[in-house]
Design a protein around this ligand. Structure first.
Ligand code: BJ8
Length: 456
């Protein structure tokens, strides 16, 4: 739709048609989503009231927000979509463009993608590609530019094909963090990206604009950290599923509104903590999920875990802590220094695409302790060799600390749900039976647990 004015006051259906959505396929997609959301989310009890904002967002995810994005385009702003936590969104904000993270988390477009991509490709790659080729995602169809990165082999090659549909620019991400030349290369890539964004938008990214943007993105990361901090408490004031939803919407929502609404949620959760109010009984087994990202509407693993008598207390993932853990220095004296600080901040993300990646196993152990997790569920999207192979090191590090771990390898389909449920229920039973064990967090003292805990 680049450059085309679209009337956003029309009904959703007319809006989608103008945007180039395949209405028939889109109807099929939209038939499934509300039912899944209802089953996963709305069956929970005692949810915080402030989560209603995020529920409402999801209920109209292809309507209200895409219209806002297109309204920005009508006013001359550009839309830049990406697929990775390495996407330096500060640069995009500073240019006045709208950044979006477009990784697919649905099984629906996979069949379309498999007409081109090999079946044995990671579902995240197939789903992302399929959303574009099947023309069922209004965000994809709003994008003026897509930004890929040289992380895993599957993504890298998929971006070449994606470029045949929407202009796709690929950031060259080195695979070694500690190498001086690799760091220089990455800094140069960040600078080239800034030039690319300036060229696309026609806006100069000045030091002041970039500083403002760094501060704002830092605020977003800080409020997410505050949200995660509330999960360190026992009993847990919010379900893992609800936090996952907030994280997923962090990549779509309007920036300042998201910070405000997440702040309101944090405030409410602090009240719950004061009153000792939880979404599950005190001492319910606590799980840290570590591994590949989970994008909308991939709620499968959290749903199974939280319907099997445990709670998810944190995610070591790019739809979790890897997204917000580090801030960018706000006191740079020049644009060059800003870009250097930005480049450095992004290199702290412990993606399994790096070699070596010693910080990640250390991080998983640290987080399991920090969030008082009783066990770790290591999550691998099928055919993701990077995270799958790295499990060996993460498992070793956890075992050395006596922290139980289970590896779950799955895709976006529901075909293995029963089997996963059985495995996870057994794992959770083992955690329950072996308390107290890992460390001496408050909740791990000798509390009697019911044979099964119903997570509302
Ligand atoms: S920084 S984790 S968002 S690359 S799961 S597509 S790696 S085969 S998503 Fe990721 Fe960036 Fe790394 Fe984070 Fe490939 Fe693996 Fe699929 Fe993956």
């Amino acid at each position: 739709m680049s450059g085309k004015h679209i009337d956003t006051t029309k009904s959703n259906e007319e809006f989608w048609k103008e945007l180039g959505i395949d209405i028939e396929k889109h109807d099929e997609l939209m038939k499934v989503l509300p039912e899944v959301f209802e089953n996963v989310y709305l069956t929970q009890k005692n949810r915080p009231k402030s989560i209603a904002y995020f529920d409402k967002f999801i209920a109209d995810i292809h309507g209200a927000r895409p219209k806002e994005v297109v309204e920005r385009k009508n006013n001359g702003d550009k839309v830049i979509g990406a697929f990775c936590a390495y996407f330096p969104e500060e640069i995009v904000h500073a240019s006045g463009a709208v950044p979006l993270i477009l990784c697919g988390g649905a099984d629906f477009p996979v069949a379309d993608a498999e007409k081109v991509l090999p079946r044995n490709t990671c579902p995240l790659i197939k789903s992302s590609f399929g959303f574009r080729t099947s023309r069922t995602c209004p965000y994809f169809l709003s994008a003026d530019l897509l930004v890929g990165e040289t992380t895993c082999g599957g993504k890298k090659k998929m971006y070449e094909l994606l470029n045949e549909y929407t202009p796709t620019y690929t950031l060259h991400l080195p695979h070694k963090k500690d190498d001086v030349e690799a760091r220089k290369l990455w800094l140069n890539e960040v600078k080239l990206f800034k030039n690319k964004v300036e060229e696309l938008t026609g806006n100069k990214i000045t030091k002041d604009r970039l500083n403002d943007s760094i501060i704002r993105v830092n605020r977003k990361r800080e409020v997410l950290q505050e949200l995660y901090d509330t999960r360190k408490v026992n009993p847990l004031p919010i379900s893992g599923k609800d936090v996952l939803l907030v994280m997923q919407l962090a990549f779509f929502d309007e920036f300042d509104r998201f910070v405000e609404k997440t702040g309101e949620l944090v405030k409410e959760l602090k009240g719950r903590i004061k009153r000792g109010e939880g979404i599950a009984p005190k001492d319910t087994p606590r799980i840290l999920i570590s591994g590949t990202p989970m994008t909308i509407p991939n709620w499968k693993l959290h749903d199974i875990i939280e319907k099997s008598g445990a709670v998810v207390v944190a995610e070591e993932s790019c739809t979790g802590m890897r997204y917000f853990s580090d801030l960018v220095d706000e006191n740079s004296v020049s644009t060059n220094a800003q870009l250097k600080n930005l480049a450095e901040r992004y290199l702290h993300i412990n993606c399994a695409c790096f070699t070596p990646n010693t910080e990640r196993p250390e991080d998983v152990v640290r987080l399991a302790k920090e969030y008082n997790a009783d066990g770790v569920v290591y999550y691998v999207l099928q055919f993701c060799h990077e995270f799958n192979i790295e499990f060996a090191k993460v498992e070793r590090a956890l075992k050395e600390e006596g922290i139980p771990v289970i590896k779950i390898e799955t895709d976006y389909s529901q075909s293995d749900t029963g089997q996963l449920k059985t495995r996870l229920e057994t794992f959770i039973e083992i955690l329950r039976a072996s308390k107290p064990k890992i460390h001496t967090g408050k909740h791990l003292t000798s509390v009697k647990h019911p044979a099964s805990v119903e997570i509302a």
